[in-house]
Design a protein around this ligand. Structure first.
Ligand code: BG6
Length: 482
């Protein structure tokens, strides 16, 4: 790779969002209800919950979000001003197929994305498209329990084909599923499968668990992934498909071999499992053992194994926010984290939301993924959630965010120097948006502040934070000052 100032020439600097967290306009132009539209707001101490009907006492943060649906021109203009080369967005499935099971797509929904892509093209920004960032049709959650049902595959393939045919000359990079490995992570992760009922038909509501259901849902996603990779390559052989996992990064707390083996086992089933299947085209042997131990049987159909084998992905993408430790000693102090906490690391500090900040862990992650898959890598989410305050002049001096990015970018640069083929970095989220985990606006990630508060008030005005100009300079110089 030819580099300038330590980063590859043509490096995809940019930012990322997800439809459910930014778009709002939840029922506009024929959009249907997404499963996440039925999740209430929450906080660090209060879990979000799903309701089958709207509860007038609750707030539903996705309904309005930051109204990207009506502000996309202004927002993309700001991304262009920062110099973005790539913008990661997701398509809201329910704009295209409101209930998920229609035969024909909703033209008005497609037209919205036509306009978004047109705007990106105007500024020469490459789109990176997530086909499903948890925006599953609620109708399919209610009627077939989302990805717990194999029937979901047909609906997803039909939806993807519409996107491929419509955007074959506009979009090259596709992420079929956001953070697939969430479904390996106990009861917290049902949002990733659109699964709302347990085996007895009771609402799951992030309190119960059924591991067999989760892993069966994942098998359906693996098959759906393989089918659309196959179909996509028929439509445009230049399409590039990526795995996308949340890289949680488990360290052994000590050099006690019992801690080391524990960390290895945690990494296998909670982090690598999905990417292993997608890149290697088969279930890893450690998974067979895990299923036997847990009494889990995955129902496969004839032809599934061959499909996986023949339709592996091209690049590996991941989100990276934090790391935790694991210990064979159950009495260690715990910390929080993205989806999952773990044992506290005495060498790291925590963010306000109790996520341990670990820039070197990013370099470690880049090396391990490169060693494992030997394909181009993309960091498609990385950033700091903080409760930014405006000063008396209305400005946001988010030096802590600049520090967070500086330290992570510096480790990226070092990793590239050490031989890692990193081709893209899309920070999360380039503009303030609804937090997935807590449903809060208060947990802000952006370079751009949005005047929208948790009680629903706010003018929706976009304000550049101090980090806006800092990132602009990074992109302009291809990271010269990092
Ligand atoms: C990732 C998700 O897990 O973490 C994003 O892909 C999410 O959708 C991000 O927003 C940060 O998590 P949170 O809970 O702070 O929004």
């Amino acid at each position: 790779m030819t580099t300038t100032n330590g980063f590859p020439e043509g490096f995809y600097w940019g930012g990322a969002t997800a439809a459910n967290q930014v778009e709002g306009a939840w029922l506009e132009d024929g959009k249907g209800v997404s499963t996440l539209d039925m999740y209430t707001g929450g906080s660090l101490h209060q879990k979000r919950r799903i309701t089958l009907e709207l509860d007038s006492e609750e707030r539903y943060p996705t309904h309005e979000a930051i109204d990207f649906y009506h502000h996309y021109k202004e927002d993309i203009k700001l991304f262009a001003e920062m110099g973005f080369k790539m913008f990661r967005l997701s398509i809201n499935w329910t704009r295209i197929f409101p209930n998920g099971d229609e035969k024909e797509p909703n033209e008005a929904g497609l037209e919205f994305y036509d306009r978004v892509f047109e705007e990106l093209q105007k500024y020469g920004i490459e789109p990176l498209v997530t086909i499903a960032h948890y925006e599953f049709p609620f109708h399919l959650s209610k009627t077939i329990n989302g990805w717990a049902s194999r029937e979901m595959i047909d609906h997803y393939v039909r939806y993807s084909e519409v996107l491929f045919n419509r955007y074959k000359d506009i979009v090259k990079y596709w992420i079929p599923f956001n953070e697939m490995n969430c479904l390996t992570l106990s009861q917290k992760a049902y949002q990733a499968g659109g699964i709302i009922y347990d085996e007895s038909g009771e609402l799951i509501n992030l309190t119960k668990d059924n591991a067999e259901l989760r892993f069966q849902a994942l098998h359906h996603q693996f098959i759906a992934n393989a089918l659309i990779v196959k179909k996509g390559r028929e439509i445009n052989p230049d399409f590039q498909f990526g795995s996308m996992i949340t890289h949680l990064t488990f360290y052994p707390l000590t050099c006690n071999p019992a801690d080391i083996i524990l960390a290895t086992r945690e990494m296998q089933m909670k982090v690598y499992y999905c990417a292993d299947v997608l890149h290697r085209g088969k279930y890893p042997s450690y998974a067979d053992h895990f299923f036997k131990e847990e009494g889990i049987t995955i129902k496969k159909e004839a032809g599934d194994d061959l499909l996986l084998k023949e339709n592996t992905v091209d690049y590996c993408s991941f989100s990276y926010y934090m790391s935790v430790c694991v210990s064979a000693d159950p009495n260690q102090e715990q910390t929080g984290g993205n989806l999952l906490g773990g044992v506290k690391n005495p060498y790291l500090v925590e963010s306000e939301w109790k996520w341990q900040i670990d820039p070197i862990g990013l370099r470690y992650t880049l090396h391990t993924l490169n060693d494992r898959y030997q394909v181009p890598l993309m960091i498609v989410e990385n950033g700091l959630g903080a409760s930014d305050e405006r000063n008396e002049d209305g400005e946001i001096h988010d030096d802590y965010r600049i520090d967070y990015f500086k330290s992570h970018l510096s480790e990226m640069k070092q990793a590239i120097k050490e031989g890692v083929p990193l081709i893209a970095y899309t920070s999360w989220a380039c503009i303030d948006s609804v937090s997935l985990g807590t449903g809060e606006m208060k947990k802000r990630y952006g370079f751009i502040y949005v005047d929208k508060q948790d009680d629903g008030t706010g003018s929706m005005k976009r304000i550049k934070k101090k980090s806006f100009d800092w990132y602009k300079q990074v992109i302009k110089t291809n990271g010269a000052d990092i």
